[in-house]
Write a protein that binds this ligand. Structure first.
Ligand code: ADP
Length: 773
């Protein structure tokens, strides 16, 4: 196919194809039309053939019957002869008269067998009977009667009915020797020897030109003589009964027996010479049969349906040929085959024309398609280039995405927030492969730790609603069981109607940063606590240590004064009683009292210094962190306090505790202080109950020492961890307010922490957090 781009005309190189198909259709259509024509035609012909055959067979059967009827007549005459001693001329005439009513029977006669020796006597006797000039004669070549030549035997016609009519028509006939016709002798001998009828070949009838008939002979043997063998028959032959039958009438008579719609027939004598074998031709409805009778078998106009049948007529074999008349054929002929042929051809031509038009149109369309295809190819090439550029860009984008320190994602904005895309970095963050999120096996939202779920939900929905960027930090569960903290930044994508369809963003693992921040906060807290501790120590040093010092200084001054007073008093040589009393008061009251206060102050200072040392020691212990069996530690602690617990009537219960990473002796110290406090601050009014439990949470183990003691007032809760702080310094139970301070210091060093929940009058819960083993 070529396309002239300028003109836009499409030139088809498929011209051959364009022409071939319609030609093929025309040929096929024509072939089918002819096939249809032949099939329908053949069907009609076979109908005609069947019908025609039926009629032909009826014809033959009727003809056979007519001939048989005629032979029956001769048979009756034979019987008549056999049953009579002699048959006179009148008797014969009377007997055969009814048989002559049939127009097919021209004449019936009797020819006695006369030997040569009997001839003369026979001629005289017959002449005397009234037939003047009777003699046995032959016919000359010009058909003139001549006295019969001498021969061994004669078969002169003796009786003949209707005699006068025949004589009138044929001239002298009585005395004509049947044996004089050489061609007939064989037939007569056959009848004689077989005692069966025999017939002659076709003979002209003199009734009119072109009319034919044939003679039928039947032997009569002498009455009372045997005629069983050929010899006996030859010896005892008396003569022949014969009949002259009209062929035309015979056939017409036979046709009366059947109803016919139109069959032409031709009758042949197969035993006759070739040029004489045609007997008769019959065309229904034609008045003149003479012309037909001249026809030969080959002349039958519609020889296609010709039917032939041979049958025996006495000693001869006849052939009946028949063919249907146009009338019969037309009865079954329809316009169907021709209609089919013509219609088929018309349709074929229409189809061919349509195909040519369609092909032309198709060629034009193909041209357009070709043009468009070319354009499409160009577009495709451009598209490919664009696609390649896109792919390059996408690869770059992908590389970029994969190298971003976080997982880039796109998810739907409606529950269940199905992930459309997420980069492979998510595997490091969550432990789950990206495919699990994309396939919907895992929903990212399910990984968010429960405490952050609400926050995430709220933040995301607000950002989508307000069309603001999303920025949030939250915790998620990693497949290794740890909690990872992530920073998520993203934004919703909206469709043309402003409806949010996707949420695009990036999730970055900030666990390390979080840990660092926590560590920093912990350190800050530790520094703050240290500061507080320092402040407390400064306070202790400046206040607590100062007050005993002031006391000591005051009482030292007091002692000095006392000493000066004593000196002044002792200057007097004589001590008055008053002086003596004063000295006594000084020595027994003022000085011991001052010394007592100085001692108390010193003790207090000592105690404070000792406490500070303990706290200091707790911060400088050499620690050895290892997996610590907490069940073992608590067991030891309880063993040390069990006596005291029994004294107080308190009950201590311990659950199975998870191991942690810590320094055993220091942890022992922590729980000794906590359990000691729990016992110390039980409510004497009720039975004490202390329970120690523990659980793992994330990276940590959380242990709880719970009591149902006096509890801590809310305002003092934070203060209990301060150095030397006692809620009730005058508590009957002694204490320096150092226990919890030491605990805090130890836990600081073990990367643990302590917190308290308490309700006054109900009890307290001290939570210790330590890294899990
Ligand atoms: P101490 O027990 O020597 O006074 P601590 O530092 O151990 O010093 O405790 C500080 C203060 O906290 C205590 O004086 C007490 O008032 C309060 N306290 C500690 N443990 C408990 C507890 N289990 N129940 C009630 N109060 C407590």
């Amino acid at each position: 196919m070529k396309t002239d781009r300028k003109s836009g005309i499409v030139c088809s190189t498929r011209k051959g194809t364009v022409k071939t198909l319609p030609v093929l259709v025309l040929l096929a259509g024509s072939f089918l039309s002819f096939t249809g024509f032949f099939i329908v035609n053949k069907r009609e012909q076979s109908k005609i053939r069947i019908e025609f055959l039926k009629e032909s067979q009826n014809h033959t059967a009727a003809l056979k019957k007519s001939i048989n009827d005629k032979l029956q007549i001769l048979d009756s005459i034979v019987h008549f002869y056999n049953s009579s001693v002699s048959v006179e001329r009148d008797e014969f005439a009377m007997f055969v008269e009814p048989f002559l009513e049939s127009v097919a029977t021209e004449a019936l006669g009797w020819a006695p067998r006369i030997t040569d020796s009997q001839r003369e006597g026979f001629e005289k006797k017959t002449a005397m009977e009234g037939l003047k000039g009777f003699r046995v004669f032959d016919l000359s070549e010009d058909q003139k009667p001549l006295a019969a030549v001498r021969r061994k035997e004669y078969l002169p016609i003796y009786y003949l009915s209707p005699e006068s009519a025949i004589t009138q028509r044929y001239g002298q006939i009585l005395g004509f020797d049947l044996m004089s016709v050489p061609g007939r002798i064989g037939s007569l001998n056959y009848a004689r020897d077989t005692a069966k009828p025999s017939i002659s070949e076709k003979i002209p009838l003199l009734t009119s030109v072109d009319k034919f008939g044939f003679l039928v002979f039947l032997p009569v043997y002498k009455s009372g003589t045997p005629a069983d063998t050929v010899e006996q028959r030859r010896k005892n032959l008396e003569g022949f009964v014969f009949g002259l039958l009209r062929i035309e009438q015979l056939i017409e008579e036979s046709l009366k027996l059947i109803s016919t719609r139109g069959v032409e027939i031709q009758l042949f004598d197969l035993d006759a010479d070739n040029n004489k074998n045609f007997i008769y031709g019959y065309v229904p409805g034609q008045s003149s049969k003479s012309s037909i009778s001249k026809k030969t078998a080959g002349d039958l106009w519609y020889s296609k349906f010709q039917h032939e049948e041979t049958f025996a007529v006495a000693d001869r074999t006849w052939l009946i040929k028949s063919c249907p008349t146009p009338a019969l054929i037309s009865l079954f002929r329809t316009a169907e085959p021709w209609g089919l042929l013509i219609t088929g051809h018309i349709l074929t031509v229409v189809c061919g024309a349509y195909l040519i038009l369609t092909e032309k149109r198709t060629a034009a369309i193909e041209g357009l398609v070709h043009l468009r295809t070319k354009e499409l190819h160009t577009e495709l090439d451009q598209h490919k280039l664009t696609e390649q550029a896109l792919r390059t860009s996408e690869t770059q984008f992908r590389t970029l995405v994969e190298n971003i320190p976080g997982a880039v994602y796109r998810c739907e904005v409606a529950p269940p927030w199905k992930t459309e895309h997420i980069s492979n970095a998510i595997k490091d963050i969550t432990g789950h492969p990206a495919a699990d999120f994309i396939d919907g096996k895992i929903l990212f939202g399910d990984l968010i730790i429960p405490s952050d779920c609400k926050l995430v939900e709220q933040t995301v929905s607000e950002c989508i609603k307000n069309k603001t960027p999303l920025e949030i930090e939250y915790g998620i569960y990693h497949t290794d069981g740890s909690i990872r903290y992530v920073y998520e930044r993203g934004a919703a994508i909206y469709n043309d109607q402003g409806k949010p369809i996707y949420l695009d963003g990036v999730i970055v693992d900030i666990t390390d940063r979080r840990r660092n921040e926590e560590e920093r906060e912990r350190l800050i807290r530790a520094i703050e606590s240290k500061n507080k501790e320092l402040q407390s120590i400064v306070y202790v040093a400046s206040h607590d240590l100062r007050s005993p010092l002031v006391n000591i200084m005051g009482f030292s001054d007091e002692l000095e004064i006392c000493c000066q007073e004593l000196k002044d008093l002792l200057k007097n040589e004589i001590l008055s009683d008053d002086d003596k009393m004063k000295i006594e008061v000084l020595l027994e009251d003022s000085i011991p009292q001052s010394l007592k206060f100085i001692g108390a102050g010193t003790n207090k200072i000592n105690m404070l210094i000792e406490g500070l040392l303990q706290v200091s020691r707790a911060g400088s212990f050499r620690i050895n962190i290892a997996t610590t069996d907490m069940n073992e530690i608590i067991k030891n602690v309880i063993e040390n306090v069990i006596f005291r617990a029994r004294e107080l009537g308190a009950e201590i219960t311990v659950e199975d505790l998870p191991p942690c990473l810590a320094d055993g002796p220091m942890v022992n110290q922590v729980f000794s202080n906590l359990i000691g406090n729990a016992l110390k601050y039980l409510d004497p009014e009720r039975k004490g109950h202390i329970s120690i439990t523990g659980k793992m949470e994330g990276d940590h183990c959380i242990y709880c020492v719970e009591d149902n003691g006096i509890g801590i007032p809310e305002k003092c809760i934070e203060k209990v961890f301060e150095i030397f702080h006692r809620i009730n310094p005058s508590d009957r139970e002694g204490g320096e307010g150092l226990g919890l301070t030491i605990v805090t210091r130890i836990l600081d060093r073990l990367h643990g922490s302590i917190s308290v929940e308490s309700k006054l009058g109900q009890g307290s819960k001290f939570y210790v957090t330590l890294p899990k083993a």
